[in-house]
Design a protein around this ligand. Sequence first.
Ligand code: G3H
Length: 258
Amino acid sequence: PVIAKVYNVSQIESDLAAHLQIARAVIVPGNTDVQPHLSKSLGDALNDALKLLLPLGRNIITVFGGVTMSSVASQLSPTLNRHRDLLFVPGRGGLGESVEIQSNTVCQMMANSTHSHYRTLYLPENVSSEAMKSLIKDENIGDVLDFISNSDAVIHSIGDAQIMAKRRGLSLETRSMLTDKKAVAECFGYFFNQQSQMIYKIPRIGLQLEDLNRIPRVFAVAAGQSKALAIEAYMKHAPSQSWLITDEGAANSILKGK
Ligand code: G3H
């Protein structure tokens, strides 16, 4: 049934994509907040979208971390790798985040599920620009950063600002600044308020928001009514080729508020 959803766009899916000004919204039934097993449907929908959009041959896919990403990773199928040669690379360095949900782990899970290849990137975040300059000179790190900038696709999620600020270990001072400025969304280390203004960015190397514009395929997977504000706040910055894979909980809440 999910395959049918990817090909046949429902009215609510086309309304949501038009409202968010993105290429496509795929909406799975239910609300992930109260039905965590929906991650299976989200994963199936992501798999179908990748099958539809990834060209045959070599594809470099940059993936980010988080609970959503790690819960959809096992749904990707080995048939995705048929007539393709997929290489999954992590979009973040990972150090400082819990291992189960860091992008390195999601990368490895996606590569295992699809019987394809992956690379790892272990880099601290929040380091001085001097330290970063010398880290980038490392050959292994430099190779992965080249892969990231030449990605054929990016897969990421969108998080609640306060939850992500805590998880990313931001200082109490920064967290209270984010509260004062009413941050609602976090994506790739960027924080946005409800008016979609960027109010903070965690200094880090790897994929930057402006780089997304030149990545041909971008998939955001974020669901649950509780993520509606975050999804909408981030999406004003999403490149127009983005696909959003979400659920009715988030979609209905976004469309109700428009
Ligand atoms: O940047 C946002 C996070 O990847 C979202 O993480 O799926 O754990 O809410 P989450």
